[in-house]
Design a protein around this ligand. Structure first.
Ligand SMILES: Nc1nc2c(ncn2[C@@H]2O[C@@H]3COP(=O)(O)O[C@H]4[C@@H](O)[C@H](n5cnc6c(=O)[nH]c(N)nc65)O[C@@H]4COP(=O)(O)O[C@H]3[C@H]2O)c(=O)[nH]1
Length: 564
């Protein structure tokens, strides 16, 4: 009696609960030390024999299978078990517990009971989780990082049967590089922090907003109503990001491209979902940015082709696969060749010649356009200077500049260096810029164009008439000319209204002291119309298609006065 009493005292003073229960489905308790109150909030009387509740009911439903499995495995192996799981106490609080137990056998090796010890490890577990969280947080934005996101998405996928479809969204900011380049990296970091806050505000607490790195964010959400809910979330994100951000007293406008992928239909694994959401995001970019795009299976095929082109593009420069063709420009009054436009061609070893409109956008997106653009500048200027030397006449070469090149602070330096190295006078180089790139950041474009003008370089707006066409921007930039887009000239020149528009454009340009080159002149009839409208120059198949440099040289040399 004396001995039993001291054992009981000892058990009740242990920092945890000692128990003995039946090996039934509810683990019906037969004995619980008094620590049960501390651990669960219930008294032993509430739980013994399942009077009010069974202990098993306190275990968090998601953890029950895992506990049952550990117990069964230990019985099968005849060894003690140790298991960590969560219970919900009398007050609804979640507690982490650690349990060690073992089966008790009768003389026939039948399990008659389970005995063990359960300790509350909530404090240790919380600090462990906090530490884990610190290792899985993105230091810049405080959002979960890639590692955390992977674990979280796996949990969502595991619970998909109960909780419904899961959505993964890839969000890429459209003008982030520009902010970094023009305002510096600190401002870029601040912007990412503010974007993170806005994304969190749009989402519900159960959804996850994570940052992958750079300007890429990922959202995971359980979307009970499938694509409909996902689309509503994406629209909310787009409109929240459309509001200006204020950094260093400046209002910054950005937008985002969002790729959406739904599990299970678009992929059942993390990797497949990430890949497909990324593919859809690229599609949103290609479709004009500032929008969302749902993944469709056909996109993977296109993405594979694109990836193969991107890989080949990385090697194309060093393998000398690019070449420039030149299309002559003709003075429509004297009919003399004044110069030519340099147009890049890519001779892919297996796919043959790939048109610029197919690979320039890829080069822009993967950052290769700077290197390719520099090569075009060098090649065009040195070949033109060589032609001038051989033919003894001045020729002006036009080079297309891509939107990304215009945002690079290196552009002016590069142009100066190329002119110095090749000896081409600045006024014999014309840079062609598009309307859309000029108006994207008017102040920055104006500064770069002014610096280029100091080098004597001519500046022209390409594809004029296809986009914004505001008088304000024409006056704001130090431009020399406009290139009338060939869609006006080639297809519609017979339509009376289009003719009026062409005439109006030419008159407008002349009023602003800008010269006009009409692209896409294919017939004598159009040539005559343009001459009557006092268009300065023409370019098109009527005079010549874009030609390799030696063919252009042969053609120009065969005309005594180089007249067309
Ligand atoms: N139907 C018709 N077409 C005509 C006629 N005359 C010329 N073309 C075509 O019109 C395009 C004129 O070039 P773009 O508007 O600057 O448009 C260029 C330019 O935006 C871009 N591109 C070409 N080379 C470069 C480059 O070196 N750098 C950059 N950034 N873009 C380039 O690719 C675009 C397409 O170039 P291409 O395929 O060479 O196509 C060229 C040319 O071959 C004609 O009479 N009728």
């Amino acid at each position: 009696m004396e001995r039993n009493f001291s054992v009981e005292l000892l058990l009740n003073n242990l920092p945890g609960m000692v128990y003995r229960c039946k090996p039934d489905a509810n683990w019906t308790m037969e004995y619980m030390s008094s620590w049960v109150k501390e651990l669960t909030g219930y008294s032993a009387d509430d739980l013994l024999g399942n009077t009010h509740r069974s202990y098993a009911e306190l275990i968090k439903p998601e953890d029950r299978d895992h506990v049952a499995y550990a117990v069964q495995k230990s019985i099968d192996a005849g060894k003690p078990f140790q298991v960590t799981y969560r219970i919900i106490d009398l007050h609804g609080q979640l507690r982490w517990v650690w349990e060690q137990g073992q089966a008790v056998y009768d003389e026939h090796q039948k399990v008659v009971a389970l005995e063990g010890f359960i300790a509350d490890i909530t404090k240790q577990k919380k600090s462990e989780i906090a530490l884990e969280r610190m290792a899985t947080l993105d230091a810049l934005t405080g959002l979960p990082n890639r590692a955390f996101l992977h674990g979280h998405l796996q949990t969502l996928l595991d619970g998909m049967q109960h909780n419904g479809p899961v959505t993964v969204m890839f969000i890429d900011l459209d003008q982030f590089k520009q902010v970094n380049d023009t305002m510096g990296h600190d401002a870029g970091d601040r912007l990412l922090g503010l974007v993170a806050l806005r994304l969190q505000r749009v989402m519900r607490p159960d959804d996850m907003v994570a940052r992958l790195g750079g300007d890429e964010f990922v959202i995971t959400a359980a979307c009970k109503r499938g694509a409909e809910s996902a689309s509503a979330i994406a629209q909310n994100i787009l409109s929240s990001l459309r509001q200006p951000f204020v950094i260093e007293g400046r209002e910054i406008f950005i937008s985002a491209s969002i790729g959406i992928c739904m599990a299970p239909q678009d992929g059942k694994t993390k990797d497949a979902l990430f890949k497909n959401a990324d593919i859809a995001m690229y599609r949103a970019k290609e479709a004009g940015r500032n929008r969302c795009c749902f993944y469709r299976m056909e996109m993977s095929e296109t993405a594979n082709v694109r990836r193969a082109l991107e890989d080949a593009l990385h090697r194309a420069l060093e393998r000398n696969e690019f070449v420039l063709h030149y299309q002559p420009r003709v003075n429509l009054t004297t009919m003399q060749c004044t110069g030519m436009e340099a147009l890049i061609r890519w001779n892919h070893p297996e796919l043959g010649q790939i048109p610029p409109l197919q690979f320039i956008p890829i080069a822009e997106e993967c950052g290769l356009i700077d290197a390719i653009g520099l090569w075009v500048l060098q090649e065009a200027c040195s070949q033109t200077q060589r032609l001038i030397n051989r033919l003894g006449i001045p020729l002006r070469v036009s080079v297309n500049i891509s939107a990304r090149q215009l945002t690079s602070v290196d552009l002016v330096k590069q142009v100066q260096q190329v002119l110095d190295e090749t000896g081409l006078p600045g006024d014999l180089l014309e840079l062609e810029l598009t309307e859309s790139m000029l108006i994207e950041d008017m102040a920055a474009s104006a500064a770069i164009l002014s610096a280029l003008k100091v080098l004597g370089v001519k500046l022209a707006v390409d594809d004029f008439g296809t986009g914004y066409c505001g008088l304000a921007y024409l006056q704001r930039f130090p431009l020399d000319g406009l290139k009338l887009d060939r869609s006006f000239v080639t297809e519609n020149a017979k339509d009376k209204q289009t003719l009026n528009v062409i005439k109006a454009f030419i008159d407008l340009a002349h009023a602003l002291d800008l010269s006009v080159v009409a692209e896409g002149v294919e017939t004598h009839e159009v040539q005559e119309i343009l001459r009557n409208f006092c268009c300065d120059e023409g370019q098109g198949y009527l005079f010549a298609k874009p030609l390799p440099c030696h063919e252009l040289e042969g053609m120009l040399a065969s005309f005594s006065h180089i007249t067309f």
